[in-house]
Write a new protein. Structure first.
Length: 114
């Protein structure tokens, strides 16, 4: 379950965004996660809910935007939606493609209140 290590990384990034010796706390962490990233959203949310206790993020919520998968066929240059690996080009049926979107995992923003 690599979602636990991802949740720890999110927690660390957000905690580092809060100024030292401040009474501030994090209320929200905005994320972009690609549907081809291999990250199970529910598992990530659960892991985050467990590890945030007794931290500056104890009341924080994850605001997750899903990035749809998209690929370009290497043979016919068709750009198409890709919801899972192992899918062929809908135009020419080739499996040779360049993935354009959907593998992302980024922290977009961190909302801090005092």
């Amino acid at each position: 379950m690599h979602e636990l290590s991802i949740a720890h990384s999110i927690l660390s990034i957000a905690e580092n965004a809060v100024p030292e010796n401040s009474k501030a706390f994090v209320t929200s962490v905005g994320l972009q996660i690609g549907e081809l990233s291999g990250i199970e959203i529910e598992s990530l949310e659960f892991a985050f809910s467990v590890i945030k206790a007794d931290t500056l993020l104890q009341n924080a919520e994850l605001d997750i935007q899903i990035i749809k998968g998209e690929a370009e066929c290497s043979e016919c240059k068709t750009i198409f939606s890709l919801s899972s690996y192992g899918t062929c080009c809908p135009q020419c049926k080739s499996y040779s493609m360049k993935i354009l979107n959907g593998r992302e995992m980024r922290v977009l923003n961190i909302v801090v209140d005092e």
